[in-house]
Every structure is written in structure tokens, then in C-alpha cells.
Design a protein around this ligand. Structure first.
Ligand code: HPA
Length: 245
């Protein structure tokens, strides 16, 4: 790389490559936890050095419960990354989070189970402080970038992380809403906690691609919503990324 690279973008569903990234190097790395989901794509985006990693693999081969989150975060840390912008497709629960709306959540509730979720092990006891699971400065930077790009973004919200890969039942979404959740996805945990364990600043740029189960207009179907809104939502995501980087 021409300059030191300290910022990474982890792309999720709908963002398996970063259009506009001038690739400098594809780095295949190994970690104590196995290989990350994809090679690390080192390059320049709007003239800034950045690393891009496809969370589900470039060919979208890893469903949310099988993503090697530890390898992904370890590999980025090993490369010297200090900031991680995680792009995540979610279902909207809050009335303002209809398809193609963006949010920068400030809280997470983790409903996942059985995932390799920590770097802590015997002899290495870690109790990461997750009171504020997201980095405040990075969240502020995303919110300011969205304003400059004239992209509306909900500046907070509680991201419910479900195990997946199935979508939720309507009753599950009613329960999540009663518990205060504003959006639902499948990847923010353990990703955010692992980043915290290694001291990486981490924030999510969430893009709603559907109304969460049971909240859409009568007759709507979630996969139809996703197909219809993913590309509009990702255009907005790219506009924010251009500004923030
Ligand atoms: N539920 C969970 N994860 C999701 C959804 C959803 O409705 N949409 C996109 N990711």
C-alpha cells in the first residue's frame, strides 16, 4: 500500500465488493482461527487507503451463523486496522426504517447462540466492556458523512441480532419490538464484541432491505422487498462510504 491503511469496510449482503475500489493488492491471510471469509482487498477508495472484506465471502457462501467472525476480525487487527465500518442489511422494525432506509445503531441486543464469539480462552480471560458496543467517534463520522451526502439516516437504534438463517416469525418481531429493538439482522454479534476485544473502533451502517416479519403491508413478501430495495439501499451506503472515507 502507498500509505498506511487503518480503516476497513466489512460488506454484508448486497455489498460483496466495493464498487469504485482501486485494488492494490488481494491479501490471503491465515489466522489461528482459520481463514477469513474472503481475501483482504487492499486498495484506494476515493483516494483513501482502505481494506474491504466480504463478510459472507465473495460468492456469498457463508450464512450468518457460519461466518468465521473471529478470523475476520483477527485478520484485520493483524493488518494494523484500527477502525471497522460494518455494513449490514437489516429488517426494519421502527416505523422510519422501511426498505432502503439507513441507520447508524447505537445499541445491540444479542439473541444468537452457539457462535464462536470470543477470543477469550483458558489463560486469556477477557471481559470486554460492551456498555456502548459501538465506537462513538466512528458513529458520529458516519452520521456526519450521511448529512454531507444528503442521505437520510436514523442516527441511533437498537440492532437485534438473531441467529438465522431463517427469517423471524411475526410473533418474534412483536417481542423484539416490545423489547425496544428498532431493526433486526444476523451479524452484528459476535462481530462487534470481537472488535471490542481487540480494541478496534467499530460501527455499523445498517440498511433496511425489508419490513421485519409481519410489519409490511398486507400481501407483501420479504424476499420481494429485499430484491426491490437492496440496490437503492446500497447506492445510499456507497454515497455515505465515499464521504466518510
Ligand atoms: N431479519 C433478520 N435479518 C435480516 C432481515 C430480517 O428481516 N432482513 C435482512 N437481514
Amino acid at each position: 500500500m502507498p500509505t498506511e491503511v487503518t480503516t476497513a469496510v466489512i460488506g454484508g449482503t448486497g455489498l460483496t465488493q466495493l464498487e469504485g475500489l482501486t485494488l492494490v493488492e488481494d491479501r490471503t491471510v491465515e489466522t489461528p482461527y482459520g481463514p477469513p471469509s474472503s481475501p483482504l482487498h487492499l486498495g484506494l477508495y476515493v483516494g483513501r487507503p482502505v481494506v474491504f472484506l466480504a463478510r459472507h465471502g465473495q460468492d456469498h457462501r457463508y450464512p450468518p451463523h457460519l461466518v468465521n467472525y473471529r478470523a475476520n476480525i483477527w485478520a484485520l487487527h493483524q493488518l494494523g486496522i484500527r477502525r471497522v465500518i460494518a455494513v449490514a442489511a437489516v429488517g426494519g422494525i421502527h416505523a422510519e426504517l422501511g426498505p432502503a432506509a439507513l441507520a447508524v445503531p447505537d445499541q445491540i441486543i444479542d439473541y444468537t447462540w452457539g457462535r464462536a464469539h470470543t477470543f477469550s480462552e483458558e489463560g486469556r480471560v477477557l471481559h470486554a466492556d460492551c456498555t456502548e458496543p459501538y465506537d462513538g467517534a466512528l458513529r458520529d463520522a458516519l452520521i456526519a458523512a450521511a448529512a454531507r451526502a444528503q442521505v437520510a439516516v436514523m442516527p441511533n437504534g437498537i440492532y437485534a441480532v438473531m441467529q438465522g438463517p431463517r427469517l423471524e416469525t411475526a410473533a418474534e418481531i412483536r417481542k423484539l419490538r416490545a423489547e425496544g429493538c428498532t431493526m433486526v439482522g444476523m451479524t452484528a454479534m459476535p462481530e462487534a464484541a470481537l472488535a471490542r476485544e481487540l480494541g478496534l473502533a467499530y460501527a455499523t451502517l445498517a440498511v433496511s432491505v425489508n419490513w421485519a416479519a409481519g410489519l409490511g403491508p398486507a400481501g407483501s413478501d420479504i424476499h420481494g422487498d429485499i430484491a426491490a430495495s437492496l440496490s437503492a439501499g446500497m447506492d445510499k451506503v456507497r454515497a455515505v462510504l465515499r464521504e466518510v472515507l
